[in-house]
Ligand binder design. Structure first.
Ligand code: SF4
Length: 268
């Protein structure tokens, strides 16, 4: 009998380079983050503070919630390598403040949030052959939105970065693994059927922009259909065999992002 825990936010990485994922999540290898990752964490925290107040009907000034952003950037919770990215903490704060305002002014009022930073119950999936995969995750990066009288809530997830918007639209490619896991976990926790997921993109460039994708069914990618296996089944094969294939074509295959770089022969 073996049991493997997989955090929702790590699913995308498993299918990007499984060997890197094994290093990070099963072998405990880690490396410092860059200021762009710190900016992403700070944006999630400041906008979640604002949304929480919005849900609780306790009006909060956008600038007050923004103080969370500045604190997170200047006192990061993870080991940070300031030479990693092309931004100084001051530049990151400036971009972050503009995105925080755009989000609170343009996005929050259009959503029907009912939950933010929900704690989710772990979900055991029996994959056969004595293997159980346990999905875990707090929705620290996702919200729950539900239209009045619609029984099916939607899971919107914030994504920040340089390439999250293309031609004015929030990119959804490669997001289904994480968002589908959130859908499954939320359904398991609240005993409801979700109506899908969507990406809220915060473009962290010198010309900050925000965009919201249409709602899409990310859950289907995880569980599969009558004709296609889902990602959970593909992952179970890797866990059962212990074979985690490398992917030297990954855009994250770099000494900046991979803790296995110095010992991995496949990137040569
Ligand atoms: S160096 Fe590249 S191929 Fe090797 S584990 Fe890291 S990301 Fe994967």
């Amino acid at each position: 009998m073996s049991k493997i825990k997989v955090r929702a936010s790590s699913w995308g990485g498993l299918f990007d380079c499984a060997m890197r994922w094994e290093g990070q999540h099963l072998l405990g290898m880690s490396m410092p983050v860059g200021i762009r990752a710190v900016l992403g964490t700070a944006l999630h925290a400041s906008t979640a503070t604002y949304d929480r107040a919005y849900i609780d009907h306790e009006p909060m000034r956008i600038d007050d919630a923004a103080s969370v952003l500045a604190a997170k950037i200047h006192t990061p919770e993870y080991e940070t390598d300031y030479s990693h990215d092309d931004l100084t903490p001051k530049e990151a704060e400036s971009i972050g403040l503009r995105l925080h305002h755009m989000y609170c002014e343009q996005i929050t009022p259009t959503m029907h949030y009912v939950d933010v930073e929900t704690t989710l119950k772990p979900f055991d999936i029996d994959c056969g052959g004595g293997l159980t995969v346990t999905l875990t995750g707090t929705m620290d990066r996702a919200r729950v939105s539900q239209l009045p009288h619609d029984p099916h809530p939607v899971i919107p997830d914030l994504k920040s970065g340089r390439a999250v918007i293309s031609k004015g639209e929030a990119k959804t490619k490669g997001r289904s693994a994480q968002l589908g896991t959130y859908q499954l976990l939320y359904e398991h926790t609240r005993d409801v059927q979700t109506g899908g997921a969507q990406v809220i993109a915060l473009s962290a460039t010198s010309k900050p922009a925000v965009a919201v994708s249409p709602v899409f069914d990310a859950r289907r990618v995880m569980v599969g259909t009558r004709h296609e296996r889902g990602l959970i089944e593909h992952a179970a094969e890797m866990f059962r065999s212990g074979l985690f294939p490398p992917n030297p074509s990954s855009i994250m295959c770099s000494r900046k992002y991979c803790p296995r770089w110095s010992t991995c022969p496949f990137h040569e």
